[in-house]
Design a protein around this ligand. Structure first.
Ligand code: ADP
Ligand code: ZN
Length: 734
């Protein structure tokens, strides 16, 4: 009986190739395996996606209809499949959902370090005691060495040399006499080697944590949204939920935002589960990554902690997937395939019938709505552990202060006083300054009023090229007004304040303050991120001043003050999620204060204290904020009520990108059920020499967008010089 296999070859051709399977391979062949095949007279490798035999009529007749000969595969590159059937199903789903080639999805699901043709385990020489030697055949020194080795039961050659002050030559001499064996053995490249990890015991959960844990353990038919305020002990809940899975012989995956994957986080998991934890971190060496991945595939490691790509980890008998800080934007990949690991996790749970927990103090509105509709179960932990209270939040109105100072101050007097107070008491302060993106809004320098689109209640983005303001939802535009509609002043500004300027300003007021700055500039060295945090933890600084890098997950007991220098920067982002992000940011940053016995205080500087996100954050009223925001989204037909995708058009010729964007807009405009936005220039008009244009597509179901996209992509394929990409569930509109 002839057997065929469909193979995905890594050339991004977005199609599968059929090969026949020689008799000697049929027995061993499995889907998910890496195969060697010949392609255009070259040997290449590809994944087996489907195996069928001649008796499968439909497939056979399709094969028979071909005008070319089907070649046999050359061999199986690795007997153990890289993908289980369920992960393969997941990858196929992802390809279709994100409208990306299957090859790109397969590639996203296996670390490149594992696929490199020359990747292999590290082998080192291992020395083991063999027969007890005849006393006469050994010198006194050799006898001693042998006894030592026998006592410790053998070891790595290098290590023994160091430990017993000997040389490889002496050990080989022992081997020649038959007293020990020396052989190459795989030695794990351990990313945690040399780091002290203290074992921890489960903490006694409080009643709210216990209830959440029970909900998680009892819910296998749908995801659980774990809504717990900052410091409510979510991580401890995850740890105990995982322990229960391990007890039942099942494994777990824990996704954390890239930026939160600090040694501190890893230590919490390794401290509880020891060697059973594998870490997949972007800072791993290729060798470490290779070994960690294989430890997972062979079942030596049962708990995987990693960033978004860890959602594909080959954990067998998967019992639980945890997505910590599920609202976090770093779960979305911003290149093909543009998947969101949070959503992939939910799908994997569906395919593998395992539990999924999405945890956050500030859930995404997508997940919140799912919980409200009952698609997700909800577990809430509304209070911090051990009777610690949430910090007291003060809003500082920058507009009022501007009137007093004559300009917008970087630091309000109240905030400066509060910092000085901490210095006196030997407590620490975190200062947060959000300066992200190049999108600039147009603000009145006098009153802080931000010019926004009247139809979309969203800040306009200033486009320098044609000196106008554009709305990135509806495509509407306007000129920079002559006078501020709020106060009548004539002076507008387009820029914000950076961390370096803030540092300088603070030092001027408090020359003795020890300040650590943490931003993209200060953390470009590999370990500087950790270094800065360790210094701060060791209380070698009074103030940690940084960008969103410091907003999440940090747990410093001595921090009693958090200052947000300018909440407006986030509020005025030209993005319909600006308000949601601002709430998340303020809640997360505030959550860094008062996490231990000493109570915390938060100061938020803003010129819009009445903005719903700011006002709600001051009261820690997530539910109230979410409900208001959801009502607006429903009215404007925006996610989570609409499905959305952003089409990008890039070309070295502005004409070409603009023209094709308009052409797609026109063609797609006729598609039933599809809401097509105005074709427009992207806020980031030009990047690395490419002109960028974009088109927003919305529909009640993603399938509508996907079908329309499939049609237009084949009816109007991108010509030379043009790059077209679809960002499904886009989180960024720049
Ligand atoms: P979250 O992830 O919700 O921000 P964490 O899990 O980091 O909260 O917990 C905050 C702190 O409280 C940690 O130091 C943790 O060890 C501690 N903690 C968690 N649960 C308990 C508990 N039941 N009893 C005492 N301390 C706890
Ligand atoms: Zn608009």
């Amino acid at each position: 009986m002839l057997v065929f296999v469909s193979v995905a070859i890594d050339l991004a051709l977005d199609r599968l190739f059929t090969y026949s399977v020689p008799a000697e391979c049929t027995e061993k062949l499995r889907v998910g395996q890496l195969l060697r095949v010949s392609f255009s007279r070259r040997e290449v490798r590809g994944f087996a996606l489907r195996v069928w035999s001649e008796s499968d009529e439909e497939a056979a007749s399709a094969a028979a209809g071909r005008s070319y000969a089907i070649k046999p595969i050359l061999g199986i590159a690795d007997d153990a499949p890289f993908f289980s059937e369920s992960v393969l199903a997941l990858v196929k789903w992802m390809a279709s959902y994100t409208c990306s080639p299957i090859e790109s999805c397969l590639k996203a699901a296996v670390p490149a370090a594992v696929l490199k043709p020359n990747a292999k385990p590290r082998e080192l020489l291992f020395v083991e005691p063999a027969l007890a030697p005849e006393p006469t055949t050994l010198t006194k020194r050799q006898r001693e060495l042998y006894d030592n080795i026998a006592r410790v039961g053998g070891g790595w050659m290098q290590q023994l040399c160091r430990e017993f002050k000997t040389t490889p030559a002496s050990l080989r001499a022992l081997a020649e006499k038959g007293c020990v064996t020396v052989a190459a053995r795989a030695k794990r490249r351990d990313p945690l080697a040399g780091r002290a990890v203290l074992p921890t015991q489960p903490l006694e959960l409080n009643a709210m944590q216990r209830a959440a844990l029970e909900t998680i353990s009892a819910t296998a038919d749908r995801p659980v949204l774990l809504h717990g305020v900052t410091g409510s002990g979510k991580t401890e809940i995850y740890l105990q939920a995982i322990a229960r899975e391990l007890d039942q012989g099942r494994g777990a995956i824990v996704l954390v935002p890239e930026i939160a994957l600090t040694p501190q986080t890893v230590r919490r998991f390794a401290g509880r589960f020891g060697d059973r934890v594998a870490v997949l971190h972007s800072a791993l060496s290729d060798g470490e990554r290779y070994d960690e991945w294989h430890r997972i595939r062979t079942g030596q490691a049962r708990v995987v902690v990693g960033p978004r790509s860890a959602v594909f980890a080959p954990v067998r008998d998967l019992g639980l997937i945890v997505v910590d800080e599920e609202h976090d934007g770093s779960y979305k990949q911003d290149e093909t395939p543009r998947y969101n690991a949070r959503d992939v996790a939910v799908m994997r749970g569906h395919y593998e019938h395992c539990k999924v927990v999405l945890g956050s103090a500030t859930p995404s509105l997508e997940s919140w709505l799912n919980a409200k509709k009952g698609k997700y179960a909800l577990a809430s932990v509304p209070e911090r552990v051990a009777g610690h209270s949430l910090p007291e939040v003060h809003l500082l109105n920058l507009t009022e202060e501007t009137a007093a100072y004559g300009h917008v101050p970087i630091f309000s007097k109240f905030l400066l006083d509060a910092i000085a107070e901490r210095l006196k008491r030997g407590e620490q302060t975190i200062l947060f300054l959000n300066r992200r993106g190049y999108a600039r809004t147009c603000e009145c320098k006098e009153c802080g009023h931000v010019i926004a689109c009247p139809d979309c209640s969203m800040a306009y983005t200033y486009h320098q090229v044609d000196d106008c303001l554009r709305c990135h939802v509806c495509g509407g535009w306007t000129r920079v007004p002559a006078r501020c509609p709020a106060c009548g002043a004539r002076d507008f500004g387009f820029v914000g304040i950076g961390t370096q300027r803030a540092e300088a300003a603070l030092l001027k007021c408090m020359p003795h303050a020890r300040i650590l700055r943490m931003d993209a500039d200060s953390t470009s060295r590999k370990f500087s991120h950790d270094d800065i945090l360790s210094q701060f933890r060791a209380r070698q600084a009074d103030v940690l001043l940084g960008t969103q890098m410091i907003a999440k997950g940090l747990d410093f007991p001595n921090v009693t003050l958090v200052g947000v220098l300018n909440a407006d920067a986030s509020l005025n982002m030209p993005d319909f999620r600006a308000s949601e992000r601002t709430y998340q940011l303020l809640a997360q940053v505030s959550g860094r204060a008062g996490r231990a016995e000493k109570p915390g205080e938060v100061f938020i500087q803003t010129s819009q204290p009445d903005a719903p996100a700011v006002a709600a954050a001051a009261k820690s009223d997530y539910a109230g904020f979410a409900d208001t925001e959801l009502a607006g989204r429903e009215e404007d037909f925006l996610p989570p009520y609409a499905k959305l995708a952003l089409a990008h058009f890039k070309s070295k010729s502005d004409e070409q990108a603009r023209g094709w964007c308009a052409l797609y807009a026109k063609a797609l405009g006729t598609w039933p059920g599809l809401t097509v936005g105005e074709p427009m220039q992207s806020p980031l008009e030009r990047a690395e020499g490419w002109f960028r244009h974009q088109l927003l597509l919305r529909a009640p179901k993603m399938a509508t967008i996907a079908e329309a996209w499939k049609w237009i992509s084949s009816a109007r394929p991108a010509p030379n010089g043009l790059r077209v990409a679809l960002d499904v569930d886009a989180l960024s509109f720049t």
